[in-house]
Design a binder for this molecule. Structure first.
Ligand code: XMP
Length: 316
């Protein structure tokens, strides 16, 4: 039987064996994967583990603050890098998904390089890559590349850092079990996967700050309502998407042309396949009412009802 407790000791042992001398840097994102990696590496080599959080401005509301606070509470110091403007400026007006991902990946590598110069003793890079990430990025021979996940082998080789990926043979549910066995709080254990390129992949068409704010606010509403209904933890992911199509609405007595926000809630084991969640109508109704009343630019809310395949989970 697979027991998380048995894995922890083994993983720490492996990290210690691999990380012989020098420091190890971990890019944390608040997700269960990078948090588990940060904790394992910290357990393995103590203060030689350097956690870095790069804020690309594409996180959910309050997320950067929460991440830093959480890791600090676990005794792990976090070096916070505010790179928001650099990312957002470069993304403005960019439509193509892969182009957005490329810009984010490149900018991330750039900011990471600058950050690295602050830690001269670093020789290793730890990442929370999971088994499905390895497959979907085409890193496994014979697998087709579906999307360029910017965190899978995404950092250029010239970093000269040795890559440590303790979770590369694990599935998400196993990582959650590890997280629980490590005593991490529920907010981490049950945290939904969140793409490396953040909210940018949930904006269809040209990237604008307005659409980013719409997606951010709508996502918060979706998460809050699902949490209230006791549903959030039971689904794989739940978020908002916005594009360029407009819908004529009446707000107050005035005709307004507004955005359409799509709710995407899916159930999945490992993100390779996914089903849309059969949410109770009342929950969809509350989310819809709140989105149109709390976000002035939105006049229509839709619900995404396509499985993966043929769709993917994220729109971009
Ligand atoms: P798709 O949209 O391809 O997504 O069905 C599968 C899972 O991967 C997440 N995802 C990403 N995760 N970097 C990540 O770390 C990325 O670039 C990325 N793109 C998609 C997505 O949220 C879903 O859970």
């Amino acid at each position: 039987v697979w027991k998380p407790e048995d894995q922890i000791g083994k993983l720490i042992e492996e990290i210690r064996k691999e990380v012989k001398d020098g420091d190890i840097i971990i890019g944390v994102s608040g997700g269960v994967d990078s948090t588990v990696v940060a904790v394992l590496v910290h357990m393995a080599v103590g203060e030689r583990a350097k956690a870095v959080f790069i804020d690309h401005g594409l996180f959910r509301e309050g997320e950067p603050e929460q991440v830093v606070k959480l890791l600090n509470s676990l005794g792990i110091k976090v070096y916070y890098v505010d790179a928001r403007e650099r990312f957002l400026k470069r993304l403005e007006g960019v439509s193509d998904c892969e182009e957005k991902r490329r810009i984010i990946g490149e900018t991330f590598a750039e900011v990471f390089t600058e950050t690295l110069s602050k830690f001269p003793e670093v020789k290793y890079l730890a990442q929370g890559t999971l088994y499905p990430d390895v497959i979907e990025s085409g890193a496994v021979k014979g697998a087709d590349k579906i999307k360029s996940h910017h965190n899978v082998g995404g950092l250029p080789r010239w970093f000269n850092l040795k890559l440590i990926e303790p979770l590369r043979e694990f599935y998400k549910d196993e990582v959650r079990k590890l997280a629980r066995a490590l005593g991490l709080p529920d907010e981490v254990v049950y945290r939904h996967p969140f793409p490396g390129p953040g909210l940018a992949v949930r904006i269809i068409g040209p990237f604008t700050r307005e659409k980013l704010e719409i997606v951010r606010k709508a996502t918060k509403i979706i998460e809050e309502e699902l949490e209230k209904g006791g549903i959030l933890r039971k689904v794989w992911q739940a978020f908002a998407v916005v594009g360029d199509d407009k819908w004529v609405g009446v707000k107050g007595d005035r005709r307004t042309v507004g955005y359409i926000v799509t709710i995407r809630v899916v159930e999945s084991e490992d993100a390779m396949t996914a089903d849309w969640s059969r949410l109770p109508y009342e929950v969809i109704e509350r989310i819809s009412t709140r989105i149109t009343s709390e976000i002035p630019q939105v006049t229509m809310v839709t619900y995404a009802v396509t499985t993966k395949p043929p769709s993917t989970i994220e729109p971009c």
